[in-house]
Design a protein around this ligand. Structure first.
Ligand SMILES: [Mn+2]
Length: 253
């Protein structure tokens, strides 16, 4: 296993984590409900203060053009900006659906964007945060595909596609590859590998591992440390919170 890059950040408490909101361009009823719930949650974080950590796949697709941003996410981006104005630090660990951020996301919306997994240190605890895609032993093909679509040349070329087409194409791909409903057996197999991965990281000094991507809401006690798989905002509406002593997984009402 490749050891992850280490970059320590100091964070204000409490620390909130969410992932896999998969905000869509479509304004269907389920999407409206999701946005309403999410804005309530962001407002709650703004009242509490501290830091918000979005652990990838916040958008079902984000690709940044030079002068254009997608209008579907306007209300959510406004809520984030309002939270930031009230003093919340906004962090974004990029996922496989929203990796293609630029100056707008990096400089204007979020305080800090992480292109890779990261360690954060708060109150003497070390938390390892990763979106989590490509970790499984049988995902070799995916890891190659990922390297291609993140290649600067690919991104440069994609930017020349008209935004209406660029987003429509990504939407089509996303709809074809949507697979949140696995069998229990397959989910257990995934959790087995993730627990082993997290176990190694905790053995090397981390207290917690937080990840998204797998659309399972799981809190796993390890030999030393704990793994939290964040669930999503499609079926679970889950968030993790670290208050300085404990990290726990919670369900938003
Ligand atoms: Mn993902």
């Amino acid at each position: 296993m490749k050891s992850p890059s280490v970059s320590f950040q100091t964070m204000d408490l409490p620390l909130f984590f969410i992932s896999d909101v998969h905000l869509r361009l479509a304004t269907v009823e389920t999407e409206k409900n999701k946005r309403e719930n999410l804005i309530n949650f962001i407002d709650h974080v703004a009242e509490q203060g501290g830091s918000l950590f979005i652990v990838g796949d916040f958008f079902d697709f984000w690709f940044e053009y030079k002068y254009v941003i997608p209008k579907a996410y306007f209300e959510i981006l406004s809520a984030l900006q309002e939270a930031k104005r009230k003093g919340v630090t906004l962090n974004f660990v990029l996922g496989n659906h929203d990796y293609w951020t630029g100056e707008f996301i990096k400089e204007r919306i979020f305080n800090k964007v992480y292109e890779k997994e990261t360690y954060i240190e708060v109150g003497g605890k070390q938390i390892f945060v990763t979106h989590g895609d490509g970790l499984l032993s049988w995902e070799r093909g995916y890891r190659i595909f990922r390297a291609i679509i993140r290649n600067p040349l690919f991104v440069f070329l994609y930017r020349w596609i008209h935004p209406d087409l660029g987003y429509a194409f990504a939407r089509w791909i996303s709809r074809r590859s949507r697979h949140y409903n696995h069998t229990d057996e397959y989910n257990d197999k995934i959790m087995g590998e993730l627990s082993e991965y997290a176990g190694n990281i905790c053995q090397n000094g981390a207290d917690y591992v937080v990840m998204g991507h797998y659309h399972q809401a799981k809190e796993v006690k390890l030999t030393s440390g704990k793994l939290i798989v964040l669930g999503d905002w499609i079926r679970y509406n889950t968030f993790a919170v670290f208050d300085g002593d404990n990290l726990s997984l919670n369900y938003w009402r």
